[in-house]
Design a protein around this ligand. Structure first.
Ligand SMILES: Cc1cc2nc3c(=O)[nH]c(=O)nc-3n(C[C@H](O)[C@H](O)[C@H](O)COP(=O)(O)OP(=O)(O)OC[C@H]3O[C@@H](n4cnc5c(N)ncnc54)[C@H](O)[C@@H]3O)c2cc1C
Length: 212
């Protein structure tokens, strides 16, 4: 089975602010786990971008969700895609996925770092996984995918600043499995916060969105 897949572009949809979700037809041989990402190449651009697959494995399309007004050539190309255009996906890769052995998860994220949790919460819901999930999603503006994550997480909180975020994190019992996703700076700071709270390093998984 090839590790590089050609994905046909279908449509884009505005989520909030400058964040769009891009929909691609799912190739028959593409199997992914909720939370994984891949390297997405656009013909004519030399640097591929890693993106989390924001759709769950049960959803019809492969989607990525991203800020689009960063000014980069890559984002301009993405925004100009039309029906029938294609990208290449290398992957899916890595294991920012459910552990399979634990039943209590705390998802900590900032901004667009919500993408793996959108996929994991939708997947947990459709599979009726017997797990408890707590989402704490900090964002100074609108919280992307708020309606979906509120519906599917056992508990969900949407703080708008770091003080509220830290206060909510401090209320979580340290014995759970903690997942952190977002900019490298956010991941570092949140990992430090969990360490102060006595959470063991083995109970922390991280996904750093290099490039933010
Ligand atoms: C595992 C993973 C998952 C990601 N998932 C998402 C997602 O779901 N949604 C999303 O919006 N973004 C995601 N990203 C970030 C994404 O790949 C882009 O970096 C980001 O969207 C900015 O792209 P750009 O074209 O706007 O900026 P660019 O012009 O590509 O980059 C902005 C700046 O970051 C630097 N940079 C770019 N890539 C890297 C890198 N790999 N390491 C160090 N510096 C770098 C550039 O040199 C530049 O200075 C993810 C990144 C990783 C590593």
């Amino acid at each position: 089975m090839s590790f590089i897949k050609r994905l046909k572009f279908v449509k884009k949809q505005l989520e909030n602010d400058d964040i769009y979700t891009f929909y691609f037809r799912r190739p028959k041989n593409l199997i992914h786990k909720a939370g994984q990402h891949g390297l997405f190449l656009i013909a004519g651009l030399y640097r591929p971008h890693p993106f989390t697959i924001s759709s769950s494995p049960d959803e019809e399309f492969i989607t990525i969700s991203t800020h689009t007004s960063t000014g980069s050539r890559y984002k301009k190309k993405l925004m100009s895609m039309r029906d029938g255009d294609a990208v290449f996906l290398v992957g899916p890769v890595l294991g920012f996925t459910f552990s399979g052995t634990r039943n209590s998860y705390v998802f900590l994220t900032q901004g667009i770092g919500i993408t793996p949790f959108r996929s994991m919460l939708a997947s947990a819901h459709s599979k009726s996984l017997p797990i408890k999930t707590t989402l704490i999603h900090v964002d100074g503006g609108e919280h992307s995918f708020r309606e979906l994550t509120r519906r599917y997480a056992t508990k969900a909180f949407y703080p708008t600043n770091s003080d509220e975020f830290r206060e909510l994190v401090s209320q979580e019992s340290p014995g759970q499995l903690f997942y952190i996703s977002g900019s490298p700076r956010f991941v570092r700071a949140t990992r430090g916060l969990l360490r102060q709270r006595g959470v063991e390093q083995d109970n922390v998984k991280t996904d750093s969105f290099f490039g933010y």
